[in-house]
Design a binder for this molecule. Structure first.
Ligand SMILES: *[C@@H]1O[C@H](CO)[C@@H](O)[C@H](O)[C@H]1NC(C)=O
Ligand SMILES: *[C@@H]1O[C@H](CO)[C@@H](O)[C@H](O)[C@H]1NC(C)=O
Ligand SMILES: *[C@@H]1O[C@H](CO)[C@@H](O)[C@H](O)[C@H]1NC(C)=O
Length: 355
């Protein structure tokens, strides 16, 4: 299993090899085998990520670091080596802080910080964050220089091809650096410093553009970090969409609730009419009972008049024209009562004009 994993790891051509060596502290190593990894240009030695190969050919703990969070250390590691002071640098090996180097001295790839700055470093220093130089000095082709060459003068150029990994596979990203002053670039053919190009001017590489962005159409485009701005119409459309959505929801709910309310109101009105009809019947019954009691001969017998009256008065209930209970739901005739008519839609009419 382990050997299969190792095989896959090293057989896969698309995997960048970012691994350090395997030798631990005190184990033997050979300085001659140290190198920069192909494609990434990461420094590699036979020693593991926390040690370096010292002059006696043994792996020793690193004595300095250049990164805040160096590769190969766990967060809060107690063997984290110190960073170097101003005027010093930590070489890629991590073997210990060294004083910055004079112009013409050998330096390591992309380590502009290893070179001593010029006296007019304030004028030459790149503060754009694009890494054109560090404090006015550059390391080109492993030699310390100052980025002080003026337009039209001969310059030094260094092209490095890094391996990139995109959606369509591997590609080569060529980074071209020179020792021209800010606002100029070192042309790879003429080897002269040229003025950086403005937006819309034809270009063949990012470095030629002042914006550092040569589009695929071969004209200088805006800086890749330029924020995208939308027209005012987008904001208007979004606002209209939000307002329209809210209004639509409210209108829909209003109509849905109105339908529901009308149905409920109709049910209550129906119920009231039923109760009213019963009440009327009851009144009629009482009237009938009273009339029949009054019309009886006063013989003073022990007859239960009330029950008689009730028996008689049951007739009008059945024959008074009041609808039967089962049919009351569909009883819609207006009985003249409008106490339950609390909305404009009920019945469509106001016969009494009270509202
Ligand atoms: C190299 O590293 C080994 C192991 O840490 C150590 O014993 C030795 O003194 C080191 N040599 C030098 C010259 O520092
Ligand atoms: C830049 O270089 C000058 C001259 O060597 C030096 O005095 C200065 O401290 C450097 N500044 C930084 C930030 O390294
Ligand atoms: C420009 O820098 C070079 C080193 O790269 C140096 O030798 C030369 O004197 C500098 N020229 C000026 C005008 O500062």
């Amino acid at each position: 299993m382990n050997s299969l994993f190792t095989f896959l790891l090293f057989a896969s051509p698309s995997l960048p090899q970012i691994f350090a060596g395997t030798a631990n502290k005190g184990e033997a190593c050979n300085v001659a085998n140290s190198r920069l990894q192909a494609g990434t240009y990461q420094f590699w030695s036979e020693c593991n990520s926390v040690t370096f190969c010292n002059s006696t050919g043994l792996c020793d703990l690193k004595a300095c670091r250049k990164d805040d969070f160096p590769f190969g250390y766990t967060t809060g590691s107690d063997i984290l080596p110190p960073k170097c002071d101003k005027g010093e640098f930590c070489p890629d090996e991590g073997s210990g802080c060294l004083p910055q180097l004079e112009v013409g001295s050998p330096c390591q790839l992309n380590r502009d910080d290893q070179c001593l700055g010029p006296d007019n470093f304030k004028d030459l220093a790149d503060t754009s964050g694009r890494g054109l130089n560090v404090n006015g000095s550059v390391c080109l082709n492993n030699v310390c220089m100052w980025a002080n060459v003026t337009a039209g003068s001969a310059c030094v150029v260094e092209n490095t091809g890094y391996t990139g990994y995109g959606a369509s596979g591997e590609f080569i990203d060529i980074v071209s650096r020179g020792n021209c002053q800010l606002g100029l670039y070192c042309d790879s053919q003429a080897l002269q410093c040229m003025q950086s190009k403005d937006l819309g001017v034809a270009c063949s590489a990012d470095k030629e553009c002042a914006s550092f962005n040569c589009l695929t159409t071969n004209v200088c485009g805006e800086t890749a970090a330029t924020p995208r701005h939308f027209g005012i119409y987008v904001y208007i459309l979004v606002a209209l969409g939000i307002i329209g959505g809210m209004a639509g929801t409210l209108t829909g709910l209003f109509f849905a609730h109105r339908k529901q309310r009308d149905a409920e109101r109709e049910k209550r009105a129906q119920y009231w009419r039923e109760q009213n009809a019963f009440h009327q019947n009851l009144m009629n019954m009482r009237e009938t009972a009273r009339a029949s009691i009054l019309s009886l001969p006063k013989n003073g017998g022990s007859r239960d008049y009330t029950r008689d009256a009730l028996d008689e008065s049951s007739t009008p209930i059945l024959h008074s024209g009041a609808p039967k209970a089962s049919g009351l739901r569909n009883y819609l005739s207006d009985d003249g009562s409008s106490e339950f008519d609390d909305g404009p839609s009920y019945g469509g009419k106001r016969s009494d004009g009270r509202f």
